[in-house]
Design a protein. Structure first.
Length: 281
């Protein structure tokens, strides 16, 4: 684990070279949800996991519940570690942060991966439910209001065939602090619609969604792909909202393709007819 003055803990999930893939986790989890997908990335692709503020081993440090501040913290952390730019990939809450990062630090984000997330703001009922959960967690100093989330996050196929994922997700949730969980809910409730970010973002965008995702379903993914200038959609069969955990290989393949699209923009391939030998004398 590496920590910086920017508060956030980072983890080298996959060794490699060149532009890194920065992986931002969903709620109420931490960087560990990305471990399997990171290991399944194509050879040579470097991946860095980040614990968002108040999650995992990252402190809140008095940060207000604003995803804009989270994006700034991620950017500052990566800059302090010497990263000039990155392919930023976020799942669910991590996707909200990735969009805020692309909005606030567009020169840093050269490729954007949005996994089981959405660019729109919460509807009133969803926002009220987040604030209700935040209040219950804070007042009771308990994680009980979010311990049932694995049943919502996992798709029906996982419920039937990947029962081992339930205790795994629960263990990750139990490792979080009530303060961090409540803070994250308030931060997500306050986020604006960032669809316009996709319309103006210059880099390639990869949108990934589990076919069985009922939290941020296919219609939300299609909305983002249509808004993006250079968007690609991957639908992960038999997976729900935690597609990166339910089918890490398929999600890793989509991220690997995104990384390759970024690399080809930076270093376009040379075709045979582009080669001209020096004249002989």
């Amino acid at each position: 684990m590496t920590t910086t003055s920017a508060l956030l803990a980072t983890y080298p999930l996959r060794e490699g070279a060149g532009t890194p893939v920065v992986l931002l986790h969903g709620f109420p989890l931490d960087h560990r949800m990305w471990a399997a997908a990171a290991q399944a990335l194509p050879e040579g692709v470097r991946a860095i996991g980040v614990d968002l503020p108040g999650q995992g081993h990252s402190d809140l440090g008095g940060m207000p519940p604003r995803l804009e501040d989270v994006a700034d913290a991620v950017h500052r952390t990566m800059r302090e570690q010497g990263e000039g730019n990155a392919v930023v990939v976020g799942l669910s809450m991590g996707g909200y942060v990735a969009l805020a990062l692309a909005e606030r630090h567009p020169g840093f984000v050269v490729g954007l991966g949005l996994v089981d997330t959405k660019s729109t703001a919460d509807l009133d009922a969803a926002r009220a439910n987040r604030l209700r959960i935040a209040t219950a967690v804070t007042e009771g100093q308990t994680l009980d209001p979010v311990l049932s989330m694995p049943g919502t996050l996992l798709g029906p196929t996982s419920v039937e065939k990947r029962r081992n994922l339930f205790p795994l997700l629960e263990s990750w949730i139990r490792a979080q602090s009530p303060t961090g969980v409540a803070w994250a809910q308030r931060a997500m409730a306050a986020r604006p619609d960032r669809t316009e970010v996709l319309r103006t973002f210059d880099g390639p965008v990869s949108v990934v969604v589990g076919a069985e995702d009922q939290v941020t379903p296919l219609v939300e993914a299609e909305h983002m792909v249509h808004a993006a200038r250079d968007g690609a959609l991957t639908v992960v069969p038999a997976a729900g909202h935690m597609s990166a955990v339910e089918d890490p290989a398929t999600v890793a393949a989509a991220i690997g393709l995104l990384h390759r699209r970024v690399s080809e923009r930076t270093n376009p391939p040379r075709w045979p007819w582009q080669y001209r030998p020096a004249p002989t004398t």
